[in-house]
Design a binder for this molecule. Structure first.
Ligand code: ADP
Ligand code: ADP
Length: 238
């Protein structure tokens, strides 16, 4: 089953004359684990943003071509449908946390989607169990570590049960131990729960043996698409 498909997709941020990503054709199957690598400014974040529609909906600007999720053009989904199908975890947990209470932070997305209290509690409990967060569930978000904050953010996304989860440099702000824990959680989402995962990541060592593909993105294009059979050529090739 096809999870994501870009067709001749080009995007310009507002007031720019150069495209941020250009003529992207890319198909991602359900359950794939994809790493996205490449130099800064190459278009990695923009590629992710196009999958949950914040490019162009939030940023503005203009597109050519289309992005489809499960064989339906993203434009035909409501915002609510996109949020519940496509989760997005950002780089810096400090900038994502809104509430003082971990529990509230976990509940926020589900509240916005209109879930009732019973379902919210059930989904939060499942997500906490998955990430070993039960001990900090009743804490203040100011009193937990950076790694715990990032796990709370991931759990709050998982609680919404998205089929696709996008991670934009999820470990770059974390200490090595937290980074390892968060990486393992991401791998688990793919291997144990079958989620379709795309991770923009500079340090691919933790992920490479679990990845199905590595996309090397530069100058707004997918320059290389390494598959299982040649994925270990990645290091020597570029
Ligand atoms: P990263 O490389 O980690 O994606 P950046 O530091 O390049 O992040 O960008 C941080 C923020 O600044 C992002 O929200 C991005 O959209 C925005 N940004 C990046 N480049 C530009 C630009 N040329 N003009 C305006 N905003 C930009
Ligand atoms: P990467 O994630 O690989 O660092 P980005 O997707 O952030 O690359 O950026 C791709 C291009 O789009 C860059 O030229 C960057 O400057 C530009 N860009 C990113 N965000 C913005 C923004 N908010 N406004 C204008 N230009 C942006």
């Amino acid at each position: 089953m096809e999870a994501i498909k870009f067709t001749d997709f080009t995007y310009y941020y507002p007031n720019t004359t150069k495209s941020a990503i250009e003529n992207i054709n890319l198909t991602i199957e359900e359950g794939e684990f994809i790493l996205i690598v490449g130099p800064s400014g190459g278009g990695k974040s923009t590629l992710l943003r196009a999958i949950n529609g914040i490019v162009p909906n939030f940023y503005g600007g203009k597109i050519k071509g289309s992005v489809s999720i499960y064989n339906k053009n993203l434009r035909e989904y409501s915002n609510r449908e996109v949020i519940s199908k496509v989760g997005f975890v950002f780089q810096d947990p400090e900038k994502q946390i809104i509430f003082n209470s971990v529990e509230r932070e976990l509940a926020f997305g589900l509240e916005n989607l209109g879930y009732d209290q019973k379902d919210i509690l059930r989904n939060i409990s499942e997500a906490c169990a998955l990430f070993g967060l039960n001990d900090i569930r009743n804490k203040n978000t100011q009193n937990i570590s950076g790694g715990e904050k990032q796990k709370v953010e991931i759990a709050s996304v998982i609680a919404m049960n998205p089929e696709i989860i996008l991670f934009d440099e999820p470990t770059s702000q974390l200490d090595p131990i937290s980074a390892e824990e968060v990486s393992n959680s991401i791998i688990k989402l793919n291997k144990d729960l079958g989620k379709t995962i795309l991770v923009v990541e500079q340090n691919i060592d933790r992920f490479i043996e679990f990845a199905d593909r590595i996309l090397f993105v530069n100058e707004g294009k997918i320059i290389k698409d390494f598959r299982k059979d040649n994925i270990f050529e990645y290091n020597s090739d570029i």
